[in-house]
Write a protein that binds this ligand. Structure first.
Ligand code: SF4
Length: 476
């Protein structure tokens, strides 16, 4: 517990085993109603490979299994209360003006002005489905007309209780919803896909309930759905015998999620993630992952730059770091042909270097639809009195990206892992507006490595490290 200036370590014995909502209720009762927390659910306690850390039991630090890191240290929750310190601002008048300009810009750009506030991230469902790149049944197809049942429009019509937003956010893309006898936050685009269409399930009530349950258990919805989808394809191919794990089986979905979080029965195998599961059943190509992390809800055969972003993301199957889909699909800030292969590495590297700066600043990715590094440089200068520019931020982003890369290489990552599942390299989709395409990843990687100034093995060259003032000895 962080209580003002004091740090107090308290026993979590009575909390251990409780889900995230029960834990938050308990902590509010003990520590006060105004507390905030980061905590884990049963999935983190049981070291599920894709356990999340939940913020106030509703928003997830979802990806990469960070919940298990807390669980491995027997750390159930970090609670903050009675914080009274203010952040020192160098030029508060300037910051106030910049904040107003940022708000004005957010109110002009259509995605932040109306699409996100009205439909949340699930407003993407119909768009991505129409483009034929909404993954169905573990990425075996890219379109299904029933996807509309899971859309932001359907959520608004059928489940919405009220719109919500994070602290002081003018976009307010969040929502409180009610599905049957359950209530909760979301579901987000990635979650309706991962727990819905990718499992062949189009019942919005069941999918929303599965999403609430993942939040309660402290599970990343993308990896949870990706692993169940992998199990369902293994079942489809006769490799895994389980009636529960059939595409389209909505009856047992919630039961499976609980089994995963508690590592019970088949849930213990699924708790390891898609890669380990598919390897166990001697069908590694069935796992749709990059570097061990399950892929999100954009079929890479429908957007080649986005595909390259998956293959080269430092944390594996991640859509956020190199979100070239913004240009390839939404023409933001400019349109590029989604199927073109060459010439996208410069843009991708710029995106990746910018995104790590946003992450380092703690800026929401969705603000990026309206704002950019020019705004963020001015914000930082107003707050710190250090002169920041777009160029200096990009240089820092480049440094961070390369430091992450060197860390991964030191941890054993190889060039061979800068790739995509075999399905995307030689199996074109058979229908829809992304049909007949595969990703020529080797060709794209060569260009990308050149732009990054990495050698043919994907290792940053010494001249680059010198430019970026990175000491290689720290990574040997
Ligand atoms: S901060 Fe981001 S996630 Fe939170 S409500 Fe605003 S746009 Fe949505």
């Amino acid at each position: 517990v962080l209580d003002g200036d004091n740090v107090i370590i308290k026993s979590a014995e009575t909390l251990w085993g409780k889900n995230t909502e029960e834990s938050m209720d308990f902590l509010k009762e003990k520590e006060g109603k105004t507390i905030h927390s980061l905590l884990i659910g049963p999935a983190g306690e049981n070291l599920v490979n894709y356990a999340a850390i939940m913020n106030d039991a509703s928003r997830a630090f979802g990806r990469g299994g960070v919940g298990s890191v807390m669980g491995s240290k027997n750390l159930k929750a970090i609670v903050v209360k009675n914080g009274k310190k203010k952040t020192e601002i160098h030029n508060s008048e300037r910051l106030k003006n910049l904040t107003q300009s940022a708000r004005d810009k957010i109110k002009v750009v259509p995605i932040t002005r109306s699409a996100l506030p009205r439909f949340g991230t699930s407003g993407l469902v119909n768009i991505i489905n129409e483009l034929g790149m909404f993954p169905i049944n573990n990425f075996q197809k890219g379109y299904d007309e029933r996807a509309e049942n899971l859309s932001g429009e359907s959520i608004r019509n059928e489940l919405l209780q009220k719109d919500e937003g994070c602290f002081a956010c003018p976009i307010r893309c969040g929502r409180l919803t009610k599905a049957g006898n359950m209530e909760g936050k979301g579901p987000e685009y990635e979650s309706v896909w991962a727990l819905g269409a990718n499992l062949g399930i189009y019942d919005l009530t069941i999918v929303a309930q599965a999403n609430y349950l993942c939040n309660k258990m402290g599970l990343d919805t993308i990896s949870c759905g990706g692993t169940i989808a992998c199990a369902m394809e293994l079942q489809q191919n006769g490799l895994l015998k389980s009636e529960m794990l059939k595409f389209g089986n909505k009856e047992n979905l919630k039961e499976i999620i609980i089994k995963i979080a508690k590592r019970e029965d088949i849930g213990d195998e699924l708790a390891e993630g898609a890669k380990q599961l598919a390897e166990k059943y001697q069908s590694p190509e069935t796992a749709i992952h990059v570097k061990g992390m399950e892929l999100p809800a954009y079929d890479p055969r429908g957007a080649m730059g986005h595909a390259l972003g998956y293959a080269t993301s430092n944390r594996g199957g991640d859509h956020l770091t190199g979100y070239l889909a913004a240009m390839e699909i939404f023409a933001a800030p400019k349109k590029i042909n989604r199927f073109n292969v060459g010439g996208k590495s410069d843009l991708l590297v710029l995106k990746q270097n910018s995104k790590v700066i946003e992450d380092s600043m703690g800026v929401c990715a969705f603000a990026g639809w309206a704002l950019g590094l020019d705004f963020y440089a001015r914000f930082l200068t107003a707050i710190t009195n250090v002169d920041y520019s777009v160029a200096s931020l990009i240089q820092r982003g480049n440094k961070i990206y390369n430091m992450e890369r060197l860390f991964s290489i030191k941890a054993g990552m190889k060039k061979e892992q800068d790739t995509l599942p075999k399905r995307f390299l030689d199996e074109p989709l058979k229908e829809g507006f992304s049909k007949d395409k595969v990703v020529p990843i080797e060709r794209m990687l060569e260009e990308y490595y050149n732009v990054r100034k990495w050698d043919e093995n994907g290792i940053p060259k010494s001249s680059l490290l010198k430019d970026l003032e990175i000491n290689i000895e720290n990574y040997e």
